[in-house]
Every structure is written in structure tokens, then in C-alpha cells.
Design a binder for this molecule. Structure first.
Ligand SMILES: Cc1cc2nc3c(=O)[nH]c(=O)nc-3n(C[C@H](O)[C@H](O)[C@H](O)COP(=O)(O)O)c2cc1C
Length: 241
């Protein structure tokens, strides 16, 4: 029997072990039963009004993945064009996808019509449907990590291109293109940190008692403007003043 202690320890370990994977995929087959468990975990996610507005499209066809990868390459260039100096140099060293190196892709979609028109809990916050899909993605990500698999989220795409590629109707949103498969290992530190793009903020910078502080709002704005290495410095400066 799993005790509360071991369950909690395993869960927290999973949360820190989970990584966004690009370079560590082996391309080896994924065990069907493991894939089924991972998808079942995703499908067990909470959803607004129990709408379960997600679908999971498994893309194994290499030709389709090659077409998607070419599109991602173009979008990467589009993003890179707006960068200069140190940001451009740093970004040029960062791998942003493992579409062809991974075993398969799982494209997760959002259908706002599922369970509508009376989606319980969505009347005031239309995005609640989208939040539900993101929770399914997180379940998938953690379950894959527990199975020893890697997941890499790719968002360098235009939704219409993915719709056209996979026959997704116009009202359905492709929320995530996930690369999935066995990996050599998981990095201890996120790629973006290792490459000096941005650092994880200290927990104290994002936890507040009772009210959202004006100082944090300033910090968020300045962090968005600053380079990765100065985000934590900025937090230190703000808390000293
Ligand atoms: C919505 C979303 C979109 C993302 N898109 C990309 C992407 O296009 N390419 C990429 O390399 N990583 C992408 N990531 C991964 C993040 O860069 C990664 O989660 C972050 O750097 C923290 O690293 P970790 O997931 O290993 O902890 C995305 C993550 C999220 C949540």
C-alpha cells in the first residue's frame, strides 16, 4: 500500500524531476500500455463543468512532423528577428524543439463547444475551458515523467497551420504540440536557465499575504524588461528598497 508520506515524496520528486525536453530524446518506441496510462492520466484532469474539452491527436507520421518542423523553423526565425545583442546570441544557442528526435507527437486541442451551451462555471470566465486543457497537459507531463518518458512543449506555430496539417476544425484550438518519447536522461536544470536565457524566480517573489502588492507589480514589469541574469538581482534590489 502507498502511504501518504511516500505518495507525497514521490509527487514532489516528480514535480522537480519533470523537464521540458528537446535534446535528450532517443527516438525509441513508446510502450503502448505506458502511453495509454499517460493519456488516461491526462483525461483524468479536472475541467470546468466537467466539460473535458480536450482531444489528443497522436502524430507518428514522420512526413507530417517534418512539415510541422519546417513551420517551427520559420517561426523561430520570426521570433529571432526581433532580438538583438546578447538576447540574439543567447537565443541562437537554444534548441526549442525535438519534433523529429522524439518518438511521436501528441497534439492537445481545445473544443469550446464540448458540453456547451451551459458549461457550469464558464459563464464569467471564457478562458476556464482553456485552463482545463492546460491541466490535462500538466497531468500528461507528470505522468510521462513518472513513466521515464520525456515531453517537450512546442508553441512556435500558428494555430491555422496546425489546423490545416491535422484536419482540425476552425472552432477548435490546438493548444499544445507535445513531443513525447524515451530519453537518455532528464536535465536537472531547465534548458533556458542552463543557457542563460532566464532564471526561475525565488518562491518568495511570487507568494503574497492577503493582497497583491504594488511592489510585485513593479517587479513583474521590470523582470519582463530585464535580462535573465538580472531577474533575481532585481528581486533582491526591490526587497531591499
Ligand atoms: C505554454 C508553454 C509553451 C512552451 N513552448 C515551448 C517551445 O516552443 N519551445 C521550447 O523549447 N520550450 C517551450 N516550453 C517549455 C518552457 O521553456 C519550459 O517549461 C521552461 O523553460 C521551464 O523549463 P522546465 O519545463 O524544464 O522546468 C513551453 C512551456 C509552456 C508551458
Amino acid at each position: 500500500m502507498v502511504t501518504a508520506d511516500t505518495l507525497a515524496a514521490a509527487f514532489y520528486e516528480l514535480c522537480t524531476r519533470r523537464r521540458d525536453v528537446r535534446a535528450e530524446f532517443t527516438g525509441e518506441p513508446v510502450d503502448d500500455a505506458a502511453l495509454h496510462r499517460v493519456l488516461a492520466a491526462a483525461h483524468a484532469a479536472p475541467s470546468v463543468g466537467l466539460s473535458q474539452p480536450w482531444d489528443f491527436v497522436l502524430v507518428r507520421d514522420r512526413a507530417v512532423r517534418e512539415r510541422f518542423r519546417e513551420h517551427v523553423r520559420v517561426e523561430r526565425d520570426t521570433f529571432a528577428r526581433d532580438l538583438s545583442g546578447e538576447r540574439a546570441a543567447t537565443f541562437s544557442r537554444i534548441k526549442i524543439e525535438g519534433i523529429l528526435e522524439s518518438t511521436l507527437s501528441v497534439v492537445v486541442t481545445y473544443d469550446p463547444d464540448r458540453g456547451s451551451p451551459a458549461v457550469l462555471g464558464r459563464h464569467a470566465i471564457a478562458d476556464a475551458g482553456l485552463y482545463s486543457v492546460c491541466l490535462a497537459i500538466q497531468n500528461l507531463w507528470l505522468a510521462a515523467t513518472a513513466e521515464g518518458l520525456g515531453v517537450g512543449w512546442v508553441s512556435f506555430y500558428r494555430e491555422d497551420v496546425v489546423r490545416e496539417l491535422l484536419g482540425i476544425p476552425a472552432h477548435v484550438r490546438p493548444v499544445a504540440w507535445l513531443c513525447l518519447g524515451p530519453v537518455t536522461h532528464l536535465q536537472h536544470t531547465p534548458d533556458l536557465e542552463r543557457h542563460g536565457w532566464r532564471e526561475r524566480l525565488p518562491l518568495e517573489a511570487v507568494v503574497h499575504e492577503e493582497r497583491y502588492p504594488a511592489a510585485a507589480a513593479r517587479r513583474t514589469a521590470s523582470a519582463e524588461r530585464s535580462t535573465s541574469s538580472s531577474v533575481v538581482d532585481q528581486f533582491d534590489t526591490d526587497t531591499r528598497t
